[in-house]
Design a protein around this ligand. Structure first.
Ligand code: DGL
Length: 276
């Protein structure tokens, strides 16, 4: 069997991608990971497509400088806007979070009535709807989407079960409930932290976590290529951030489930696009 000891590169606009990294590490404990959080320029979810593409190119180029064997775009917004461009310009496989979660939602929905929540940009691209219709083929599905721009700051403030968050969530999901969804895609890396609250509001709706599906796909792609590591050791992840925001270290544990040790700051000025 072939093997490839190079690390897997993961990037996000900031901290949210740690909720994806958590599943990647759990499913591939013997792989090495390099994580880049663009904390200086977060959030991506309300920026222009041009800006998000530039940032995604810079983050990918940084990871390629670390000799990664695969790039996981652990951000829904960057996946919606920049994935095709990254895939066309990069020799290693580039995996976004949208296709894996879209497929999982179609597979798990019984009624075919599926909801999607995400940032303004993600929802405006209809990337989830397109991926679901493509995958569903001739099966009839009905997709309803809502942007939830207040969820990211509420999660970053730690208001995960707060009454204010509950009221806002009720308002966001009301149209989805009215349409009778049986499955809801959490199409933003921050939203898995709101799963308990969303489950309380919609106990019979299946929640799809994009991080979990993406980790499964990443493993399958590497397995297919004979590119999983055959190391038996556990490796520390290398963390890079573009700004030393106090919230990164204090909140990281909530997203990742373990402590983030010694993130290294890389100045935005040092991010280049020449490798892409
Ligand atoms: N990581 C982003 C996403 O999944 C959310 C935060 C942001 O807007 O940058 O869409």
């Amino acid at each position: 069997m072939n093997s490839d000891q190079r690390p897997i590169g993961v990037f996000d606009s900031g901290i949210g991608g740690l909720s994806v990294l958590k599943h990647l590490v759990r499913m591939m404990p013997n792989e090495r990971f390099v994580y880049l959080g663009d904390t200086a320029r977060v959030p991506y979810g309300n920026k222009s497509a041009e800006t998000i593409q530039l940032y995604a190119r810079q983050c990918s180029a940084f990871l390629l400088q670390h000799n990664v064997k695969m790039i996981v775009v652990a951000c829904n917004t960057a996946s919606a806007i920049a994935l095709d461009m990254l895939q066309q310009n990069t020799t290693v496989p580039v995996l976004g979070v949208i296709t894996p979660a879209a497929r999982e939602a179609v597979d798990r929905s019984r009624s075919g009535v599926i909801g999607v929540i995400g940032t303004r940009v993600t929802i405006s691209t209809n990337a989830y709807g397109l991926a679901m219709f493509h995958y569903a083929g001739r099966r009839h599905i009905d997709v309803h989407s809502t942007a939830c721009p207040l969820f990211v700051p509420l999660v970053e403030e730690g208001l995960l079960m707060h009454q204010a968050t509950k009221l806002i969530a009720m308002d966001y999901v009301a149209p989805l409930q009215a349409n009778g969804i049986d499955t809801l895609v959490l199409g933003c890396t921050h939203y898995p932290l709101l799963s308990p609250l969303l489950h309380d509001l919609m106990p019979s709706v299946t929640l799809v976590d994009c991080g979990e599906c993406t980790a499964r796909s990443a493993k399958a792609i590497l397995e297919d290529r004979g590119a999983l590591s055959d190391s038996l050791e556990l490796h520390d992840t290398y963390f890079y951030i573009t700004d030393n925001t106090p919230s990164f270290v204090s909140l990281a544990g909530r997203f990742l489930g373990t402590i983030v040790r010694d993130p290294v700051r890389v100045a935005v000025d040092h991010l280049v696009t020449t490798d892409l």
